[in-house]
Each structure stands twice: as C-alpha cells, then as structure tokens.
Write a protein that binds this ligand. Structure first.
Ligand code: GAR
Length: 195
C-alpha cells in the first residue's frame, strides 16, 4: 500500500522533524517535503541527510498567496505537520487542509498557549508560575491559535530542583517519542487503515 504524504513545517532545530522522519521508514506516512520560514534553520540539514525536498518560504507567499496550496496538492501531500513552526497558519491553508494540520505544543494546553508562547518562553512561564506539572499537547490546528481539538497529552512532574532548561529537555524527549506515533495513528484512523 502506498504511504500517505506529509509535509513538515519547522522553524528551528528540527529534532521533532528528525524523529518524524526516522519513524516514517516503518510507518504509514512518508515525509515528502520540509518547509521552513528560516533559511538557516537546523531542520534543513535533515533535508540533505534524508534526501527530502525542502523549501524556504517568505512571509508574503505564506500569507498572501494560495500558490502554496497548489504546490502541496500537486505533490499529493495530505497532512501538514507543524514541528516547532512559529508562524500562525493562515485560514486559506486551514480550509484547504481541514482537520489535516497537526501541531505539537510543549505544555498542557489550554494553559501556556497562544501568541508568543513557544519554545523556551513556555518553559520559563511554567517555571515562573511554580507549576507542579507540565507536559505536551498534540492538537489539530484551527483558526484560533493553540485552540484546535486536542488529540493527545502527556504529563511530566516538575520538581523543585528543575530549571526551565531541564523541563524543556524532559518534554522534548517525550515529544520525540509520541509525536511520530500520534501522526501515524491519526493518519490510520482517518484513512480507514488499521495499524
Ligand atoms: C518543540 O519543543 C515544540 O513543541 C515547540 O518548539 C520546539 C521545537 O523543537 N513548539 C512550540 O513551542 C509551538 N508553539 P525542535 O525544532 O527541536 O523540534
């Protein structure tokens, strides 16, 4: 059976992208394209390493054009996977891929979500609020930032000795474990294919 094509959108290091790519070799999906808004993003190295096409997109094309939709559809890409992508997804893209855009957030939404809440800002806020727990959320993307349907959450305990940095690394490890599996499961459930 042919694999479902996905595109990964990432702005930074791309460690989640790497985990998703590595899992793809034994999964029901194939990473067809990596899209970044930053030309020096670490994630682009994985394009070379795994021989996957990559593209750097500028703000104008992303927000004012629907060229991107045609491009994605031409490649038969079915799901858009956000993995540390920092631009808000425009409505035209959400409408073209309804319930087909997934995001990972490094906290227990609805807490610590919304604009400006990404990466280390999230962990610093959790630390400052002296939360006893944090975690990760995988959710569908809709037009409200970080408010789409939650597909999966898991928690970690935040210890009195934890710093924002090690909260981040505990959560990132869990992201790598769960995100590829949730993507696979979601695609399977939505394509009528059993795992
Ligand atoms: C991840 O922790 C991801 O959850 C977070 O950015 C990091 C990207 O790391 N995403 C957000 O904060 C979205 N609001 P990576 O580039 O190593 O995958």
């Amino acid at each position: 059976m042919s694999k479902t094509k996905i595109a990964i959108f990432a702005s930074g290091t791309g460690s989640n992208a790497k985990a998703i790519i590595e899992h793809s070799f034994q999964a029901n999906y194939e990473v067809d394209l990596i899209i970044s808004n930053k030309k020096n993003a670490g994630v682009l190295n994985f394009s070379e390493e795994f021989d996957i096409d990559a593209m750097v997109i500028d703000k104008e094309t992303f927000y004012e054009d629907d060229i991107l939709i045609h491009f994605l559809q031409q490649r038969d890409i079915k799901y858009l996977i956000l993995a540390g992508f920092l631009w808000q997804i425009p409505s035209y893209l959400i409408q073209a891929f309804p319930e087909r855009i997934l995001n990972i957030h490094p906290a227990l939404l609805p807490k610590y979500g919304g604009k400006g809440m990404y990466g280390s800002n999230v962990h610093q806020a959790v630390f400052d609020a002296k939360e006893k727990e944090s975690g990760l959320t995988i959710h569908l993307v809709n037009e409200e930032y970080d408010k789409g349907e939650i597909l999966f959450q898991t928690k970690i305990e935040v210890l009195a000795t934890d710093t924002p940095k090690n909260i981040a690394s505990k959560i990132l490890k869990l992201e790598h474990k769960h995100y590829p599996q949730i993507i696979e499961k979601y695609i399977a459930e939505n394509s009528g294919v059993l795992l």
